[in-house]
Design a protein around this ligand. Structure first.
Ligand code: SF4
Length: 336
């Protein structure tokens, strides 16, 4: 579904700052360059978090992106309380938390939903390549991920999920995964966006950005078009703009992408892939007839269903965001 404005077609992005409650993770996904072993990282404290928020005053989305703690681990409760405390801190500073911290028990997810207008968990994929990547990642069992997406639907949480692409999966397997997401959306209506994330090598494997092989780009464009055809039209399709060469971004939008996700100064997961600034993105997209517009972590169509307290906050921030973006001097503020 394309949104039209007076200036052309609209593509959205969210001014975002990423807080990492911890990098320790009990999974060991084969491609991961984010995790550190258990015990090798402390929880993120309020003072450090506060400093990070202050450094990014215009970032209204606070992405809480955490390594996972095993459900029965002795420190699970401490970790979960950190997620709640950081969510509260974000709200207290006039921001909106969006937590992505792996599978949560129902009570945990419900508690965070009172503080987070939206949350996320990647489905990632299915098939033998997915199985190989997650041999040592118990929480990435396909059934567990699907149950989480269903649980979020039952709780009515605006939800972000997505697929990790180009890990050796077939187009048919991607289609199957997208059809599962479409089924969930038709049943629960909570999937606000699906990220199509081309895998890129992490630190140590690549120091400089390089364009993907043409096959990689064509493959990505075909998958975007498939996703647009399979998913219900209200589901936004998101592509991280730093993971494709900027000169090909227009093709991705033509294929069906309508959102560029949360943009921080750095990409915590893919730090060797620099983020384009929103100002640079806006200028390039404008040449191609697209209007870049900021949004909050929760998309417009899901705001009405939020708990009243969160809905009121979101409404206030929506106005502030629109006013800031309309002032030309604000566009470069976030370096976003
Ligand atoms: S669950 Fe996430 S943080 Fe943990 S190893 Fe896998 S990709 Fe890395």
């Amino acid at each position: 579904m394309r949104v039209l404005s007076r200036s052309g077609r609209v593509v959205t992005w969210s001014p975002s700052v990423t807080l990492v409650p911890t990098r320790q993770c009990f999974n060991a996904c084969s491609y991961c360059s984010f995790r550190v072993p258990l015990g090798a990282d402390a929880w993120l404290g309020d003072r450090q978090a506060e400093a990070q928020l202050q450094a990014r005053p215009g970032a209204l989305e606070v992405l809480l992106l955490s390594g996972e703690v095993a459900p029965a681990a002795a420190n699970r409760r401490d970790w979960f309380e950190r997620l709640r405390a950081l969510s509260r801190l974000a709200l207290a500073r006039g921001r909106l938390p969006h937590t992505n911290a792996g599978p949560l028990q129902r009570a945990e997810m419900a508690a965070l939903a009172r503080l987070n207008p939206s949350m996320g968990l990647m489905l990632e994929g299915l098939g033998p390549a997915y199985g190989r990547d997650h041999r040592h990642a118990p929480s990435k069992a396909l059934l567990a991920r699907l149950e989480q997406l269903e649980q979020a639907g039952r709780l009515g949480i605006p939800f972000t999920t997505g697929l990790l692409l180009q890990r050796g999966e077939t187009l048919a397997q991607r289609r199957e995964a997208l059809e599962l997401l479409a089924l969930l959306q038709r049943q629960w209506g909570h999937i606000q966006e699906v990220i199509l994330q081309p895998w890129q090598p992490g630190p140590g494997a690549l120091q400089h950005r390089r364009a993907p092989a043409q096959g990689g780009l064509q493959d990505l464009l075909e998958t975007i078009a498939e996703a647009r055809a399979i998913l219900p039209p209200e589901v936004h399709l998101q592509l991280p703009p730093n993971l494709v060469p900027l000169e090909h971004l227009g093709e991705a939008l033509e294929a069906g992408i309508d959102d560029l996700g949360g943009i921080d100064v750095h990409d915590v997961i893919n730090p060797t892939w620099p983020q384009p600034t929103p100002a640079a993105l806006a200028a390039r997209l404008q040449q191609q007839g697209w209007l870049l517009q900021p949004r909050l972590c929760v998309h417009e169509g899901w705001i009405a269903g939020l708990p009243a307290a969160l809905r009121a906050r979101v409404a206030r921030l929506q106005q502030a965001l629109a006013a800031a973006w309309d002032r030309p001097d604000q566009r470069s503020l976030e370096a976003c």
